[in-house]
Design a binder for this molecule. Structure first.
Ligand code: 5GP
Length: 142
């Protein structure tokens, strides 16, 4: 398996070299909105420590990220009046991974509404800003 590449786009977001629509941060994890959401409020949860995917992440960091994903999922149910939430986590190209810093997708779902295909459409900045504010507030309240 290739080693971790610190030039990946999420590493740049974590270092503050690129902007993001942040919804949550603690000492070990960071969460922000996907700019090509598969549904409104689609968020990504990352460990701060470098990890390419499930194969090299430390069990502690992976457990922490899943705990944060659980918290984001509960908040997303309220913030987006969702009927359910889909969690996804892809590993290596064959597993569907495109960006090689481990991340968990948290996708709010409405009954009967299909997810958009991956990376189908870049959302408008004002919509992302509004959704990030709503989700961040619900996470902080939960
Ligand atoms: P995966 O690696 O799990 O297949 O998916 C990578 C995800 O990152 C995709 O859902 C894609 O829409 C998202 N993505 C790609 N580039 C950016 C970016 O620059 N900023 C944000 N916030 N998301 C991105």
């Amino acid at each position: 398996m290739p080693s971790y590449d610190p030039k990946n786009i999420f590493a740049k977001i974590l270092r503050g070299e690129l902007p993001s629509y942040k919804v949550y941060e603690d000492d070990k994890a960071f969460a922000f909105l996907d700019i090509m959401p598969r549904a409104p409020g689609h968020a990504l949860v990352l460990p701060k420590a470098p990890a390419r995917n499930v194969f090299d992440v430390s069990p502690d960091d992976f457990a922490h990220v899943m705990g944060v994903a659980q918290r984001v999922a509960k908040a997303a149910m309220k913030a987006f009046e969702a009927d359910g939430v889909t969690l996804q986590q892809f590993n290596e190209g064959a597993g569907g991974q495109v960006v090689f810093h481990l991340h968990v997708h948290v996708i709010p779902r409405k009954t009967g509404v299909a997810m958009k295909p991956p990376a189908a459409e870049k959302e408008k900045p004002e919509v992302l800003a509004r959704n990030a504010k709503k989700l961040a507030a619900a996470i902080a309240a939960g």
